[in-house]
Design a protein. Structure first.
Length: 416
């Protein structure tokens, strides 16, 4: 057949040419995946000592107590445990949450509480209830990475509040609220993720006054507040005058019971809580009934505060092991803080160093951490890194720091 001869192709009537499906929503394209989750995947291989993830120590889970609580949930009423539930949550679990909040100085009733599938869902529900595309949301800088993802998915314009070693600076917050007219401030005032810092009582009171005077919703995220190793407990923002009618407080059982339960809670003013309930109905109808009932039975049968005291003691020793070894592991001239609680130490390398480049060398030595850059809004500080101390024993932490020191020796500052 000549090269330029026409070729006729017969297409059966049953075969159609498919058009491409419509494009994804722009919010999916504009919000990237979590680099922290990607690092965690790299550290799952056997033998890696990871300071990367904010993971509770699995050997400290009260597995037997939780198993007994699930057995009780089925024994008392398997039909109820396996059935649909109300969106607001199981009454006995809401009552237990309210009692714990009241014991910490924030008068709370069961009707003030919405049970959520982890505190991350509570943040998502509040964002759905409050944030329109283009709204300004204020955050600490740096801040919790999944919060940045949540606000980005909602189309918010995220603006960073200047911070120092003690957290957000009230004078800077006041100036930003007056200028930007934001919808809300998102803050982790106690043992913040990623920095581990805690906002002092005087600043908390000032934040509440600013929110009341200038008109601002406050979202107070407190997943780490029970993990205090030293210092005096500070009142929640929600307990300060001026903040009562505008603060949504988020709590979690992930750090003090087990993250696999996926149980969190939201305490908010009535109108905002009702809006969050509607958002939850659209999201998942309700949180797992059996998990809620098991948690309620656990809280009724077990002294959770005694369990938390055991966890605190273990984590305090792990924090101290990390702090004791950082001078010998990080490059000379590095700096880091000493958190009074929580799960994280925040460090900064000397000028000319890059934490992402150092991570590559660290992974080659089977040790990991999280570079600080993804946690920033706006220009990041590439010299920062977050180290979690809760997952490994003090002995393992010491071994991990020895590996990190070897990585530092191999790492060439200025490389990328």
């Amino acid at each position: 057949m000549p090269a330029d001869a026409a070729v006729s192709v017969s297409v059966p009537d049953s075969v159609t040419v498919s058009a491409a499906p419509p494009a994804f929503a722009s919010r999916v394209a504009s919000v990237g995946g979590s680099p922290v989750r990607g690092i965690l995947a790299l550290t799952e291989r056997p033998g890696v000592i990871s300071f990367a993830g904010g993971l509770p120590a699995p050997e400290l889970f009260d597995a037997e107590g939780l198993r007994a609580s699930y057995d009780t949930a089925f024994a008392v009423s398997a039909r109820r445990a396996l059935q649909y539930s109300t969106t607001e949550g199981a009454p006995e679990l809401r009552e237990a949450v309210a009692r714990r909040a009241s014991a910490r100085g924030l008068a709370t009733g069961a009707d003030d509480v919405l049970v959520t599938s982890g505190s991350q869902q509570a943040l998502t529900l509040l964002t759905a209830a409050l944030v329109e595309p283009g709204d300004v949301v204020l955050v600490e800088n740096p801040t919790y990475l999944a919060a940045l993802q949540c606000f980005g998915m909602a189309g918010a314009r995220v603006v960073a509040v200047p911070c120092d070693a003690e957290g957000l600076i009230p004078e800077a917050l006041e100036e930003l609220v007056a200028r930007e007219r934001p919808k809300l401030l998102y803050t982790v005032p106690t043992f913040q993720n990623p920095t581990g810092r805690t906002l002092p009582a005087v600043r908390r009171a000032e934040v509440a006054r600013i929110a009341a005077r200038l008109g601002l919703w406050l979202i107070e995220d407190d997943p780490y507040g029970d993990l205090r190793y030293e210092g005096a407990e500070l009142p929640w923002l929600a307990a300060h005058p001026g903040a009562e009618d505008r603060t949504a407080l988020l709590g979690s059982f992930s750090k003090i019971m087990a993250p696999g339960l996926r149980l969190g809670w939201l305490r908010a003013p009535a109108a905002l809580r009702r809006a969050a309930v509607v958002a939850k109905q659209a999201a998942d109808l309700h949180t797992s009934t059996v998990d809620q009932l098991a948690a309620a039975h656990y809280l009724a049968a077990v002294d959770l505060d005694a369990h938390v005291a055991t966890v605190r003691a273990a984590y305090r020793a792990r924090r101290d092991a990390l702090l004791a070894g950082l001078a010998g592991a990080l490059p000379a001239g590095s700096a880091w803080n000493r958190p009074e609680g929580g799960m994280f130490v925040w460090a900064r390398l000397p000028a000319g160093h890059d934490a992402t480049a150092l991570l590559k060398a660290a992974l080659a030595h089977d040790v990991a951490f999280v570079p600080g850059s993804p946690f920033f809004t706006g220009p990041p500080d590439p010299r920062t890194l977050r180290l979690s101390f809760t997952t490994h024993t003090p002995q393992e932490i010491t071994q991990g720091l020895t590996r990190l020191a070897a990585a530092v020796a191999d790492y060439a500052p200025g490389s990328a």
